[in-house]
Ligand binder design. Structure first.
Ligand SMILES: [Zn+2]
Length: 513
């Protein structure tokens, strides 16, 4: 089993607008570029990973070296990403001088500590109010231990997203309005950002810092219940899944009256208990469980079904029906019964508020009975293992089929109002169309490499992998051979390659693709 990556030190600044209304404070928030493969399209504050030289910057009023380094990191990221220089002495610099400083820093002509020193600037810890440390849950490809600081934007400085930052756009917004936007499913954000917005909605009160720090997650306790989007809880559970992933996302989709549980996949008792606790919480708030729904047959998506139903029977005296595609049900025979077959285009409608209605899409390719669920009102799509937020999708014949998979991706791409993808692994994907395009392009490119390898004389999946998967570690070659087989099946059906009686592949002549 793979270990999840160790969190890296990072810092972020929650920037308050100068002279902001303490009863309705405004912050600067930014949308991450939709071109980013990690958390693209999500809303965030400016921040980033610590650099080695951050420790060398002078920070007054701070005896704690670690904290000083993180303040330095936060201030540097703020300057690099939105051009705000939160340093003592910077008020004498003109806009032009600040711009040329930024240019010096970005082009690496000077380091951050050198820049401060050279212009007689320094950082002051009292300008940066510590409001929590949040650790990325272990389900992400990149994990950070992020220090959040609240800071006032210096007067006469206007934050502006710099061209080569990871941010696409940014704006001042009342925290209350930003939080409302999230509640209306208009933005996707990570838990610490939502917590900050929610906390600031209560105003700049004397107990503000206390309120920021009042949740265990603000003190490095891993977030279990992640609500990137309202009413969709992403609850990653540890599973023996395919590396580099270590967790499978279980989703709990709720209204005021009911909720749906999608893919309770962990075979581990401690993880099953954590999920059961979350389910109990939703029940104790007056909801009933509508159904357990499965996206597909793989063990890391179904292994917790029996345990969850045992728990529900013992604790609440109910057995919850299980819904899945017919093909999934057939393969699960003997493990547990599927009570309801979900067909393509079926609707799963939850009673209560908000109205949540999910349209099932039969999207085979990764697995024969694979289902996605589309919320046509908000544009959320539960994409199962067809698109994931972390790692790659294995197409392993005969359960996997490359032609079906590509057709499923095209079908998902053609949906009109996609706003966010909730995959079976990794964080939410807030740049759905870019991500699906990336997946399709990746498969087409791989197909081209495989065909080229066959044309150059590689005749077995093993030989093909050596030529067409030079970017993949030899440890993953056995898995890559399965994917090659899936591509070869499709190429053979298209008349591009042929097999002889020994199962060796060769290229067909005069066929262009
Ligand atoms: Zn799977």
């Amino acid at each position: 089993m793979a270990d999840s990556p160790t969190p890296k030190d990072a810092a972020a600044v929650i920037l308050l607008r100068p002279e902001t209304d303490p009863n309705n404070p405004e912050v600067f928030w930014a949308k991450r570029s939709t071109k980013l493969t990690f958390l693209g399209g999500l809303y965030a504050f400016s921040g980033g990973q610590k650099e080695a030289s951050d420790v060398e910057a002078r920070v007054s009023n701070c005896d704690d070296h670690e904290r000083a380094a993180m303040i330095s990191c936060a201030a540097r990221e703020l300057f690099e990403e939105v051009g705000v220089l939160l340093a003592r002495g910077s008020q004498t610099l003109t806009v032009g001088q600040r711009a040329s400083l930024l240019d010096d820093l970005e082009s690496k002509r000077v380091s951050w500590p050198e820049l401060l020193r050279h212009y007689g600037l320094h950082l002051d810890a009292t300008d940066f109010t510590f409001v929590g440390r949040w650790v990325t849950p272990p389900f992400a490809p990149r994990r950070f231990d992020t220090w959040f600081f609240l800071a006032n934007c210096p007067p006469k400085q206007e934050p502006r997203v710099t061209p080569d930052s990871e941010l696409e756009s940014g704006a001042w917004i009342a925290a209350r309005e930003a939080h409302e936007k999230w509640k209306r499913s208009e933005v996707v954000a990570v838990p610490p950002v939502l917590h900050a917005l929610g906390t600031l909605t209560g105003g700049l009160t004397s107990d503000l810092v206390e309120r920021f720090l009042s949740v265990p997650e603000a003190q490095r306790e891993p977030t279990r219940r992640i609500e990137f989007y309202p009413n969709y809880i992403c609850f990653p559970v540890r599973t023996p899944t395919k590396p580099p992933a270590t967790h499978t996302n279980c989703y709990l989709i709720y209204t005021t009256e009911e909720f749906l549980i999608v893919d309770p996949g962990s075979p581990y008792e401690d993880e099953q208990a954590a999920l059961a606790k979350c389910v109990d919480d939703l029940i104790s708030e007056g909801r009933t469980v509508r159904e357990i729904v499965l996206t597909h047959v793989h063990p890391d998506h179904v292994a917790g079904v029996n345990a969850l139903n045992d728990h529900l029977r013992k604790k609440h005296g109910v057995r919850v029906p299980v819904g899945a595609h017919r093909r999934t049900a057939e393969s699960l025979k003997g493990q547990f019964d599927v009570d309801r077959f979900i067909e393509d285009d079926d609707l799963v409608i939850l009673d209560g508020y908000p109205v949540i209605s999910l349209r099932a899409l039969h999207t085979p390719g990764h697995a024969r009975g694979h289902l996605c669920f589309h919320d046509e009102r908000t544009g959320a799509l539960l994409s199962g293992d067809n698109i994931v937020g972390f790692g790659s999708v294995l197409i392993d014949p005969p359960e996997g089929n490359m032609r079906d998979y590509l057709a499923s991706l095209e079908r998902m791409r053609a949906l009109r109002n996609l706003s966010v993808l909730f995959g079976g692994h990794g964080p939410a994907i807030a740049n759905p169309y870019e991500k699906i395009d990336e997946y399709i392009a990746h498969r087409r490119q791989r197909e081209g490499l495989i065909l080229a390898a066959v044309r150059e004389g590689a005749s077995t999946p093993k030989e093909i992998v050596v030529r067409a998967y030079t970017d993949v570690s030899p440890k993953a070659h056995a898995m890559a051979e399965r994917a090659v087989l899936a591509h070869l099946e499709m190429l053979e059906a298209d008349g591009m390659v042929a097999t002889d009686s020994d199962g060796n592949y060769s290229a067909c002549q005069n066929r262009e693709r």
